[in-house]
Write a protein that binds this ligand. Structure first.
Ligand code: LAN
Length: 727
């Protein structure tokens, strides 16, 4: 099942025949990759443009006549991008970047004996090899990050499980670096946990994760139901597995890994002393003294747990795990909890059961084959997010009206129609979930999680497509749009801001208990400028169409949200982006939403300062470029090069704010036009997104949606400025 693989020394060439891979898109936007073994299968299921593009194969898209003006460039961009639309109307795409998700999947699957196909294993190895740092041979927390113990320890382990020999040059080099860092004893907490499941780290080396916390009454201010949904959903199965001290059986590989991963003799390691041993190269959010103190007490408690209490706690957490699986049709919230849930279900129910089958089936949704090999995505896709942006771009630029684009707009609306959630979760209050009736999530309806700005963007895109275009059918009823608004109105916090999935439920001090070391601001929900602005924008557009629906509530909500947004502006005039890199991303959302409440360069100091902040970062070549490090440091960090996507965000922001001078906009437009390829596409540049302060994540579809959007809009904007200056 996990037989040895014969792996070449380098990974530029694919390890499998890329002409045989197909992306299957079905069931509301599910993505799964399939390798066709026989020629007959290949003949019956031809490779299409979507497959070719994402596999990095040559597409058949022709070179286009050079663009005469920005609108023409946007049109050329969409000629290319339209070919990447799936038959069901959405845009599929790679969602890689984090370097700990593939190892998590490999380790979790190995522990429970859930196999991968050989072709998958080969391409997974290739992906890992392609992302080893050329200088030191290690891996970081994400593809652009420096090598760490977390990245190197986990990717090394994954390579070995996948079937790579320990004497393979990539393993030799990585192991040498790992040893130079002192070996895996100092791996951060989640790494300790994965390795403990694998029986390559002693459970005594982990800080306790007591399931008993779920027996506390709900009103307790730090009750886990109040934690950020991702942390909560990761720690539920973790506490279950920790309670069982679940680990796989020893075998030859495990025994060998115990030698390879450490610089000292595995059997003489002082495990309890490793609980707080975190390598400095990994650390972003060091433990607080409070955390260490509580962990110390809990560690003592682990020596004298009361069996009935533990049993009750394990039963309670298991129930929560099952409810999460059922609420999401086994997609679960995201890949970290996916693996832990999968292992927990196996620990309780074994292999011959429905839960194993279902987890295996949906495991495939996270796995993506890219040009550099096979990876695990940050979610089961970014379907709604990408479809929402390009739909809005086409409508705002007017390209949606052009006859050759109409069909694709109708398809996009059809996808949005079925992508809206129609009901609350099956297990609703009992699972501490927020309402979902009328919401859109980040990926598919099946995944089933409300995200504030996804509801905003989904609603906005649906209204644009349905109301602004006379040729689209009315698929989404007024009632359903009102349902979406109802969801938005439930999500405002007392300070006026909007968080990601839920209301802020826990106090700020909970962050002192952040156990993950490698991520920041994860313990509870926070309000985000991006989420808040998406909501303002959607509500502002909604009330133009339906002025009577909950008018007072909408007015109050918008006013509160704008108040939050004003307060969130930094003294320099920017907004800190938490999900995209970084200030340019947030500025684009912020200035759009402010313009919809009448705040522009001419009328509002906030908007004017926002513009001036951006202009102060425009580079000599006309572009903007900031590094992912801006997000780590919450301060502008220049990238080596200007970036097309960030330039688009900055120029869009200036246009939303009605910045009255053409020069800065023209220079941004020129940069983006110069970087367009003859076939209308743009090359992939630096990574676009981020989460939890430290982990970059890729949004490769942004290099289409935002240039198309910006160029098309800039065309008319510049004409208008010109007309004004003439008159
Ligand atoms: C995402 C992706 C989308 C993102 C936006 C919609 C862009 C944002 O505005 C709100 C938050 C959200 C939904 C978001 C939250 C955190 C996610 C799910 C991710 C960045 C994708 C991957 C990440 C998830 C936490 C990865 C798993 C890792 C853990 C640390 C649990």
């Amino acid at each position: 099942m996990w037989t040895a693989l014969d792996i070449p020394d380098t990974a530029q060439e694919t390890f499998t025949d890329y002409k045989r891979w197909r992306l299957l898109v079905n069931d509301g936007g599910r993505h799964t990759w399939h390798y066709l073994r026989t020629d007959e299968e290949v003949e019956n299921w031809p490779q299409n443009e979507v497959d070719r593009f994402w596999l990095g194969l040559k597409t058949t898209m022709p070179d286009l006549p050079p663009a005469k003006d920005p609108l023409d460039a946007a049109r050329n961009g969409y000629k290319f991008y339209k070919e990447l639309q799936s038959h069901d109307g959405h845009w599929a795409g790679e969602y890689g970047g984090p370097m700990f998700l593939l190892p998590a999947f490999v380790i979790g699957s190995y522990v429970i004996g859930m196999p991968f196909k050989e072709e998958e294993r080969l391409e997974m190895v290739r992906y890992i090899m392609n992302h080893a740092h050329p200088e030191d041979g290690g891996w970081g927390i994400h593809v652009e990050g420096h090598s760490t113990v977390f990245g190197t320890g986990l990717n090394y382990t994954a390579m070995r499980i996948l079937g790579v020999d320990k004497d393979h040059p990539v393993c030799v080099k990585a192991r040498a670096y790992l040893h130079k860092l002192g070996g895996t004893t100092s791996i951060p907490a989640w790494g300790k946990f994965y390795l403990s499941l694998l029986n390559c780290y002693d459970w005594a080396g982990n800080n306790p994760v007591p399931a008993e916390i779920w027996l506390l009454p709900d009103w307790v201010p730090f009750h886990p139901s109040k934690w950020w949904i991702h942390v909560r959903n990761v720690y539920i199965p973790m506490s279950y597995l920790y309670g069982l001290r679940f680990k796989m059986e020893e075998n030859d590989l495990i025994l060998s890994l115990r030698e390879e991963l450490y610089t000292e003799d595995y059997y003489s390691i002082d495990w309890p002393a490793q609980r707080n041993n975190i390598n400095k190269v990994d650390e972003y959010a060091p433990h607080t003294r409070l955390f260490d103190m509580i962990s110390g007490v809990l560690y003592m408690y682990e020596g004298c747990v009361l069996p009935p209490l533990r049993r009750a706690a394990l039963a309670r957490t298991y129930r929560l795990i099952v409810m999460e699986d059922e609420n999401t049709a086994y997609q679960t919230l995201a890949p970290v909890s996916k693996v832990f849930n999968m292992v927990a279900r196996f620990a309780a129910e074994g292999r011959d059961c429905e839960s194993f089958k279902m987890h295996k089936q949906k495991r495939a949704d996270f796995i993506w084959l890219g040009a550099e090999g096979m990876m695990v995505c940050g979610t089961n896709g970014s379907q709604l997010w990408d479809t929402g942006f390009i739909s809005q771009a086409l409508v705002e630029t007017g390209l949606a009206y052009e006859p050759e684009n109409r069909q694709s707009m109708v398809k996009a609306l059809e996808w949005l129609d079925q992508g809206q959630m129609r009901n609350d979760p099956i297990h609703y209050h009992e699972a501490y979930r927020h309402t979902t009736k009328g919401a859109w999530g980040f990926s598919t309806a099946e995944q089933g999680y409300t995200v504030s700005d996804c509801v905003g963007e989904g609603l906005k895109a649906s209204m644009y497509l349905q109301f602004n275009l006379e040729f689209t059918p009315n698929l989404i009823s007024k009632e359903r749009m009102c349902d979406a608004v109802n969801v938005l109105l439930t999500l405002q916090n007392p300070n006026g801001g909007f968080a990601s999935y839920e209301l802020v439920r826990a106090p700020q001090w909970l962050e002192y208990l952040n156990p993950a070391e490698v991520f920041g601001n994860i313990m509870r929900e926070y309000c985000y400028p991006e989420c808040t602005t998406s909501v303002i924008t959607a509500l502002a557009i909604f009330r133009k169409h339906f002025p009577d629906y909950r008018a007072a509530d909408i007015e109050r909500t918008i006013r509160g949200a704008v108040r939050y947004l004003h307060a969130a502006q930094t003294p320099e005039g920017g907004w800190i982006g938490s999900w995209g890199i970084c200030f340019t991303y947030a500025a684009q959302f912020a200035l759009e939403s402010l313009s919809l409440v009448g705040e522009t360069y001419a009328t509002s100091t906030v908007a004017r300062r926002g513009c001036e902040f951006l202009l102060s970062h425009q580079r000599a070549d006309g572009g903007w470029g900031e590094s992912y490090k801006s997000c780590e440091q919450s301060a502008w960090v220049e990238h080596e090069n200007s970036q097309v996507v960030q330039t688009c965000w900055a120029v869009l922001a200036l246009m939303y704010a009605q910045y009255p001078y053409a020069d800065a906009i023209k220079r941004g437009v020129q940069l983006v036009m110069q970087r367009q390829k003859p076939d209308g596409s743009w090359a992939q540049e630096a990574i676009e997104g981020v989460f939890n302060k430290t982990c970059a994540i890729a949004y490769p579809n942004f290099k289409f949606s935002f240039p198309i959007w910006m160029l098309g809009k800039a065309h008319f904007y510049l004409l208008e400025l010109e007309a004004r200056s003439v008159s």
